[in-house]
Ligand binder design. Structure first.
Ligand SMILES: NC(=O)C1=CN([C@@H]2O[C@H](COP(=O)(O)OP(=O)(O)OC[C@H]3O[C@@H](n4cnc5c(N)ncnc54)[C@H](OP(=O)(O)O)[C@@H]3O)[C@@H](O)[C@H]2O)C=CC1
Ligand SMILES: O=C(O)CCC(=O)C(=O)O
Ligand SMILES: [Mg+2]
Length: 466
């Protein structure tokens, strides 16, 4: 452990959080690094830190405190060190294990690659966890926002987010295209146009399985009833489709006692309704139109029915499957309408990286928008909490932005380190402040009779409401 990172001294009145054998040990005065963030990050962080400190003081008197430790990244870092993401910053987030960050700007089309993504990859923070739930009083574009309560588990290290791309017109793109066209697609009618930019979408067994494993373990621990694998596997068969397949493998091989897949539930349910059903009849019920399909397909479905009845009929049959976690899957485009039309059917969504990015902003909109959309990037032994939103640059330094997402990311952090009392205080004071209709511009513009609060004023009212 260093005494300074980026030349900034480590607080001397705190201790680092430790991690051993899968368990964190949290001292009463942990040193927690923070990255302020670009754009609106500055206003948001200032407000959030005041709320965090007030909640900890109120919850624990002086017995506990957070020793915040600033580490540099983004524009502030570049100004001071000429480095966008200094090695010391990554070291500090690794050494102190649990940290929180504001949003960092990523230019579109060129310039630096995402620092946010770089940090996730460098620290192998493979789960991006984004809970989406309704706080009463929040304005929403849907009739029953309270019906949505999902936790998104987004794979956080691969997919198109891996950043393996070649710009159109470069020798690298030309080499890549000619290799694919001349070697990989030789003899087929498929060709990449020579004036293309190209990107690579790696989806691995390792990345997919560990993410789905974490999502199911979370559902088990939290008593959530469904885990939905979200993918575009009908089109991208060997990446998104494979993610789905590997997800089901994790469920049925590693969590067999505790899970039932949707198809298994149909098979067992059919049999319960009609115990005399043959495997062929059951297959026809779960695959309508099977009689018109190829013979091999029909046989494979009959074999599937027999296998399910034989392997889990005893442990999951006779309605026992209803007590298990249901593992299903939905194609990515369909899940966007499903969470609006049937929000209560979904509880945990396990997604590939890009799909998870899209669905988390869309789901947030349903319960009030990006102003209160928190998140955490979690690895084995490391966690970096951050909001779902970006730097919202047009509001920078105007003291108007909603600090709610970073404040709720702090709630996730406090829950993560076991400081539940502080977490609940913050959550309930936020809810109370919103119910008082004392809200930032994003909520005020959608509410009747609300007072438009500045970022700093919202934090001050939250503290008063604790
Ligand atoms: N993890 C990270 O650090 C992330 C960084 N980014 C980066 O942020 C930059 C800006 O991205 P952009 O596409 O504009 O997306 P943003 O999420 O920054 O903002 C888009 C819009 O969402 C609303 N919004 C966002 N945050 C808040 C908030 N706290 N309170 C109220 N409303 C909010 C605003 O809507 P309105 O205009 O209607 O008021 C805003 O204009 C990009 O460089 C991007 O790469 C993006 C996402 C994540
Ligand atoms: O890193 C970025 O700039 C954008 C990332 C993003 O949108 C996300 O992770 O949700
Ligand atoms: Mg995003």
């Amino acid at each position: 452990m260093q005494t300074t990172y980026n030349g900034i001294p480590v607080p001397t009145n705190g201790q680092p959080i430790e991690y051993k054998d899968g368990k964190y040990t949290v001292p009463d005065h942990p040193i927690i690094p923070f990255i302020e963030g670009d754009g609106t990050g500055r206003d948001i962080w200032r407000a959030s830190q005041r709320v965090f400190d007030a909640a900890v003081k109120k919850a624990y008197g002086g017995k506990r405190s957070v020793q915040w430790y600033e580490v540099l990244a983004g524009e502030k870092s570049y100004r001071k060190t000429k480095d966008w993401l200094p090695e010391d910053t990554v070291k500090a987030t690794v050494d102190f294990r649990v940290s929180i960050k504001g949003p960092l700007t990523t230019p579109v089309g060129g310039g630096i690659r995402s620092l946010n993504v770089a940090l996730r990859q460098l620290m192998d923070l493979y789960q991006c966890i984004r809970p989406v739930k309704y706080y009463s009083g929040v304005p929403s574009p849907v009739k029953h926002p309270e019906h949505l309560d999902v936790v998104i588990f987004r794979e956080n290290t691969e997919d198109i987010y891996a950043g393996i791309e070649f710009r159109e017109g470069t020798p690298e793109a030309a080499k890549f295209i000619s290799f694919v066209n001349d070697e990989m697609l030789k003899g087929t009618k498929k060709k990449i146009r020579v004036d293309s930019g190209v990107g690579v979408k790696p989806i691995s067994v390792t990345g997919s399985k560990r993410l789905v494993r974490a999502a199911i373990a979370f559902a088990l621990k939290e008593g959530r009833k469904t885990v939905t694998l979200v993918h575009k596997g009908n089109i991208q068969k060997f990446t998104e489709g494979a993610f789905r397949e590997w997800g089901y493998e994790v469920a049925t091989q590693e969590f067999r006692e505790d899970t039932v897949t949707e198809r298994e539930s149909w098979i067992l349910g059919n049999l319960e309704q009609n115990p005399g059903l043959s495997a062929e009849q059951n297959a026809a019920l779960i695959e309508p139109g099977i009689e018109f399909a190829a013979r091999e397909f029909g046989e494979s479905v009959v074999a599937e029915v027999k296998h399910v009845v034989m392997s889990i009929g005893g442990s999951h049959g006779n309605g026992q499957w209803k007590q298990k976690i249901l593992i299903n899957d939905r194609i990515a485009d369909s899940i966007f309408q499903q969470i609006i039309i049937r929000p209560s059917d979904y509880s945990v969504l396990a997604t590939t990286n890009l799909n998870g990015d899209y669905i988390s902003d869309a789901a947030a909109a349903q319960v009030g928008g990006l102003g209160i959309a928190p998140g955490g990037n979690i690895g084995d032994g490391y966690a970096v909490f951050e909001a779902t939103h970006g730097t919202a640059p047009k509001y920078s330094d105007k003291d108007v932005i909603n600090p709610g997402s970073v404040i709720l990311s702090g709630v996730m952090l406090f829950d993560f380190i076991g400081w539940k009392e502080a977490a609940r205080l913050i959550e309930s004071s936020m809810e109370k402040t919103i119910q008082q209709k004392f809200v930032t511009y994003d909520f005020e513009r959608q509410m009747q009779g609300a007072t438009k609060a500045k970022t700093s004023e919202f934090a001050t009212r939250m503290i008063a409401n604790m």
